[in-house]
Design a protein around this ligand. Structure first.
Ligand code: GLU
Length: 298
């Protein structure tokens, strides 16, 4: 029976093909939703065309399908939802939470100190752009004080946005929507109740909580799964040349992902259908390790 109270999602960016790291995130978020009888949505985060790999979005969908994932409803595409982001930005401007910024990267680099995720914006345009200059980006004015994320796997994560991050971008100077705005607008619009994703995004979560708050929306629950690393301890990603997973050996790759997530399937459990049945019946977050996990050599 479907539990209408739980709605999860997987939100890949088509900037590369699925690799073992994104597969384990998909598996964890899927099992958390299905084991609670909840829904699981799929959303393509295709907001950054210059960074996209042609064909990756379709490839990701085909691969997920071949692995036996079943999503609820149509796949959402962020590239088709610009009007929603625009409306949210307009609300934030009207309520005084967002302001225009004219600073270039170079100007920011010359003035700013480094924080947890790049430079901490020094606030130059917070009370208006300097004479004769016009803002092209939009930023959220963050409040001082610590924010706490109560993460279901990582525990309490604390961050002071003003000190560690600074006023952050909602609409980029190049005209593209920032992930921090779009992800909140979509999760809220799609009624997502629980976000299960990789722990590399924990650092972004306080920014997203600030956007929920500024929009007057209630935030979902969070659970950040361990990221997978290669033998050098680097997070698997396109940048670290993580190999794409292929549907040919789907069952054995699913078995590996389950084992990494603390759910090694029994030896006599073979084949995709059987693995999924076992995993949905046996899934428990309490068995999932919190820390980074090294991918075994194949
Ligand atoms: N699109 C993001 C990524 O692929 C994930 C966003 C999210 O789960 O909030 O890293």
């Amino acid at each position: 029976m479907s539990n209408a109270l739980y709605r999860g999602r997987f939100a890949p960016s088509p900037t590369g093909l699925l690799h073992a790291g994104s597969l384990s995130t998909a598996v964890g978020s899927y099992l958390e939703a299905r084991s609670r009888g909840g829904q699981w949505l799929l959303r393509m985060e295709d907001l950054d065309p210059p960074r996209e790999v042609p064909g990756a979005a379709d490839d990701i969908l085909r691969t997920l399908e071949a692995f036996g994932f079943e999503w609820d409803g149509e796949v959402g595409y962020q590239s088709r939802r610009h009007d929603l982001y625009r409306a949210a930005l307009e609300r934030l401007i009207a309520s005084g939470h967002a302001y225009a910024c004219c600073c270039t990267r170079k100007e920011i680099a010359a003035l700013a100190r480094r924080g947890l995720d790049g430079y901490v914006y020094p606030g130059t345009c917070r009370h208006g752009c300097p004479e004769g200059r016009e803002g092209r980006a939009w930023r959220l004015a963050v409040a001082e004080g610590e924010r706490v994320v109560d993460d279901r796997l990582q525990g309490e994560y604390r961050q002071d946005l003003a000190r560690d991050i600074g006023d952050f971008v909602l609409l980029r100077a190049d005209g593209f929507w920032a992930y921090q705005l779009a992800v909140v607008v979509d999760d809220a619009d799609q009624g997502v109740t629980d976000i299960v994703r990789g722990s590399d995004l924990l650092v972004s979560t306080p920014r997203q909580l600030a956007v929920y708050e500024a929009l007057g929306l209630s935030a979902p629950g969070y659970c950040h799964l361990p990221v997978l690393t290669n033998a050098a301890g680097e997070k698997l990603s396109k940048q670290t040349l993580a190999p794409a997973i292929s549907a040919d050996a789907a069952a054995s790759q699913l078995g590996t992902a389950l084992a990494l997530l603390g759910h090694a399937p029994p030896a006599d459990c073979a084949g995709l259908d059987e693995l999924w049945r076992w995993a949905v019946a046996n899934w428990s977050l309490s068995r999932v390790p919190a820390g980074p996990l090294q991918l075994p050599h194949s």
